[in-house]
Design a protein around this ligand. Structure first.
Ligand SMILES: Nc1ncnc2c1ncn2[C@@H]1O[C@H](COP(=O)(O)OP(=O)(O)OP(=O)(O)O)[C@@H](O)[C@H]1O
Ligand SMILES: [Mg+2]
Length: 324
């Protein structure tokens, strides 16, 4: 596996797709009509796609475990990351696409096709786990959009930990909602997860209580997770337990340009922080800083990881984490 010096390796596995953004759409078109819009953009999306773009922007290397379809869209996605990462596996299916239609209010309506994600098997992830070295970090993201990976995850995460690999999970939101089966499946995996990275809505959905405050939510979730939970709180940064004390790393006040992939960008930076042995609170604060800078920029920019790391290792607590 390609490595930077003697540092632990990062392995990022999950879904990549094409995001096509069109809008603003107003008024909402009637069936059978055509609407012209002013804005168009297409980009690499999905949990793995967003995390890979952030790692590339930060200048942090990782091994990617990902697929694309056997069409021109898949070739396009592969070309976007060719300079920085290993190529994807090609599936005999169309590349997954999400069309995001924006409304004048800034709200979005998403229409997605699973495409190649529907046929992706978890065997490449299993092979990456076998090839990993003890101490490496593995992040798996977007798992609810990978139907053939889902039920294999408890076993794969257990195997990774058995091999001394540190495991992180960001499931995203389940397409079928938080049913009892989805909860059971998620808890089965969380029993082998060293670092769970949900947002607050996802924790509330998982626990079946829409009103939980962040500290109560994390307290209720803790017994179900092998390791730690960091809950992403959007403009409020991120929260976690520091021993018995709930702490938050507040986000700086920013003007939001585009929040797409905020959580996946956060994941990229916290992984880099843990790889580089930043103190726990400093790794969370660094991830908040990187994600907030990213969502404030257009076109998107990422700070250079070396300078973020230096700033946060110099002054871990002063850098942003505080008791909540
Ligand atoms: N409005 C905002 N102001 C400042 N920072 C923000 C804002 N929204 C997001 N962020 C930054 O992005 C990080 C992750 O965002 P968020 O909590 O929205 O994750 P998420 O819900 O998992 O995102 P995603 O929808 O990408 O999965 C936050 O911890 C924060 O650093
Ligand atoms: Mg998220």
């Amino acid at each position: 596996m390609p490595r930077g010096g003697d540092r632990p390796g990062l392995i990022v596995a999950g879904n990549a797709s094409i995001d096509l953004l069109l809008g603003p759409v107003a008024p909402w078109p009637a069936v059978g009509t055509e609407a012209l819009v002013e804005r168009i953009a297409w980009r690499l999306g999905g949990a793995l796609g967003n995390t890979a773009l952030a790692l590339h922007g930060l200048g942090v290397h990782a091994e990617l475990v990902w697929d694309v379809g056997d069409d021109e869209a898949g070739q396009g996605l592969a070309a976007l990351l060719r300079a920085a990462f290993e190529p994807p596996r090609i599936q005999r299916a169309p590349t997954s696409v999400t069309v995001a239609l924006t409304h004048p209010s800034g709200e979005r309506t998403f229409v997605s096709h699973l495409g190649h994600l529907a046929v992706s098997e978890p065997d490449a992830l299993a092979a990456a786990i076998e090839a990993a070295a003890p101490g490496d970090l593995l992040l798996v993201g977007g798992t609810f959009l990978l139907p053939r990976w889902r039920l294999a995850l408890p076993e794969l995460f257990a195997r990774a930990r058995e091999r001394g690999v540190r495991t992180a999970l960001d499931t995203g939101w389940p397409t079928e909602g938080w049913t009892d089966a989805v909860r059971a499946e998620t808890f089965a995996t969380l029993a082998h997860v060293d670092l769970f990275l949900p947002n607050l809505d996802e924790v509330r959905g998982l626990l079946g209580d829409e009103d939980l405050a962040p500290d109560a939510a994390l307290r209720a979730l803790a017994p179900r997770v092998a390791g730690r939970v960091v809950v992403k709180l959007g403009p409020d940064g991120a929260g976690y337990f520091d021993g018995d004390r709930f702490a938050t790393a507040p986000a700086p006040p920013i003007e939001v340009a585009d929040t797409v992939g905020a959580g996946d960008t956060f994941n990229a930076a916290i992984l880099a922080g843990l790889r580089d042995d930043l103190p726990w609170d400093a790794a969370v604060a660094a991830a908040v800083e990187v994600a907030s800078q990213a969502v404030a920029s257009s076109p998107r920019r990422y700070p250079e990881w070396g300078s973020v790391r230096r700033a946060h290792s110099a002054s871990p607590t002063a850098a942003g984490a505080r008791a909540g």
